[in-house]
Design a protein around this ligand. Structure first.
Ligand code: SF4
Length: 462
């Protein structure tokens, strides 16, 4: 399908919401290789047309589309007809009325998942269900975003700015203001954080003194009596110092994330990281010596020029370093990334290699006693696979579980933060975004607080 002039034409009779079919078709064919036609009431019988009779049941249409595209392309995507971000939610819905075996049967027969993926989400849901029930209604998750990193990774599509220290210092008063406003408003509304997650960007681009100021603001304005977990992403090893780790430890941070992505020097250089594999080992040793006993490591399957031996080697080293959580991401080629400009079809080309990497990683991690505890999918992932968090027994990340489960309000602070208000009566979420641009965030900080005030703190959330 590399010939960009050659297109398969797809027409679905009697079904107008074509956008929901595009995601499934994209798994078989790059967008340049097909055309999705509006239903004009006429059947077209060319070999390059797929004619589907409309049906009220979108899953039925997806199954038929899946079978026809499989026959034409020879591909059989592992996630079958599932295209959403949160397949574990579906496993939960099915398992609430069915046995494990029945759930596996439904996922493989009705949704066309491979046995491996069906087991993965059933195991992930079982971990969540067995360890955590639903959150208490007067608790929330709190996210604080630090949108700065030392350099920009090749695949990055996040709010990540490379700025002088003076700009980071300019960000601090606005962030502290939002923390103080939110902490006080939470007390007034009688809600408490169950988890706090400070992410980004790279929060450890802050100095030890700035981290201290931020964490002091959290501690003094929020009621932490229900807090079960406090995480800071210390993603880049080159931003980690003993001083910063000590500040975090002294403020009750229990979980950190040090993200190697790869332990191969050439890859780190290719993706634009400014550290070596040895820096990662040193950062792990330092964090352990300071007393952190819950350390996550993010890895990415499908990085440029990596084969399955490279990925296996990275995984072995991270296990050896003693990570308690290992999150295996599949490389996503998003619009805002530099990689997208270099090769927009990259995620199709590495599909087979990534499939092998993920399958081997699951086996290796199971043998090491790490089991899957959360999982999500994104658009434009290599091979349209998934991201999976694995953990040692009892050392998972509740914030990650809750945010994927979507049954708890998340209050997000900082540039790029998107709060999600959960309404139990309708089981729906409402999004309240902060602006992504950090300069605008500084200028419009009062407006960010007012948005939360108007949509959440002064509203009855039923
Ligand atoms: S560390 Fe994360 S947020 Fe920062 S540039 Fe890399 S991918 Fe983006």
């Amino acid at each position: 399908m590399s010939d960009k002039g050659f297109k398969i034409r797809i027409k679905i009779h009697g079904f107008t919401n074509l956008s929901i079919m595009r995601e499934l078709i994209d798994e078989f064919l790059p967008p340049d290789n097909y055309e999705l036609l509006e239903d004009d009431g006429f059947r077209t019988d060319s070999a390059l047309h797929i004619n589907l009779e409309g049906s009220c049941d979108k899953d039925e249409i997806k199954r038929e589309l899946f079978s026809k595209l499989s026959a034409i392309t020879g591909k059989r995507p592992d996630w079958g007809i599932l295209t959403g971000v949160r397949p574990v939610k579906l496993a939960g819905e099915i398992m609430s009325g069915s046995s494990r075996d029945k759930a596996l049967e439904i996922l493989t027969k009705d949704y066309f998942l491979t046995e491996n993926k069906a087991e993965l989400i059933v195991d992930t849901y079982s971990h969540q269900y067995n360890n955590y029930g639903n959150p208490k209604p007067d608790t929330v998750g709190v996210y604080i975003g630090i949108p700065f990193c030392p350099t920009r990774c090749l695949y990055c599509s996040f709010a990540s700015n490379q700025v002088p220290e003076s700009e980071i210092e300019r960000y601090m008063p606005a962030l502290l203001h939002e923390i103080e406003y939110t902490g006080n408003a939470m007390k007034h509304k009688d809600v408490r954080p169950e988890t706090i997650y400070i992410g980004g960007g790279t929060p450890t681009t802050l100095t030890a003194e700035q981290l201290d100021r931020m964490l002091t603001a959290v501690e003094t304005t929020m009621d932490l009596s229900e807090l079960k977990e406090f995480t800071i992403e210390a993603g880049r090893p080159d931003t980690i110092t003993e001083d910063k780790l000590m500040v975090m430890k002294n403020h009750g941070v229990g979980r950190i994330s040090i993200n190697p992505q790869s332990m191969k020097a050439r890859t780190l250089e290719l993706i634009g990281r400014s550290h070596s594999p040895e820096d990662i080992v040193k950062a792990f040793d330092l964090a352990k010596s300071v007393g952190f006993d819950s350390i996550n490591a993010d890895l990415i399957a499908g990085l440029p020029e990596e084969n399955s031996d490279d990925f296996r080697n990275t995984l072995d080293k991270v296990i050896e370093m003693g990570a308690d959580n290992i999150t295996i991401h599949t490389l996503a080629v998003k619009r805002a990334s530099r990689l997208k400009d270099i090769d927009e079809d990259y995620h199709y080309k590495v599909a087979e290699t990534v499939g092998k990497m993920l399958a081997e990683a699951r086996q290796t991690l199971a043998a090491e006693g790490l089991s899957p505890y959360y999982l999500y999918r994104q658009k434009h992932m290599a091979g349209f696979f998934e991201n999976t968090g694995y953990c040692r027994e009892g050392i998972d990340c509740l914030y990650n579980i809750r945010i994927m489960d979507e049954h708890q309000t998340i209050l997000a602070l900082g540039a790029g933060g998107i709060s999600k208000i959960y309404y139990p009566s309708t089981d729906k979420l409402e999004r309240i975004p902060n602006v992504t641009n950090y300069e605008q965030y500084i200028d419009r900080i009062d407006e960010m607080c007012e948005r939360k005030e108007n949509k959440y703190f002064t509203q009855e959330v039923l």
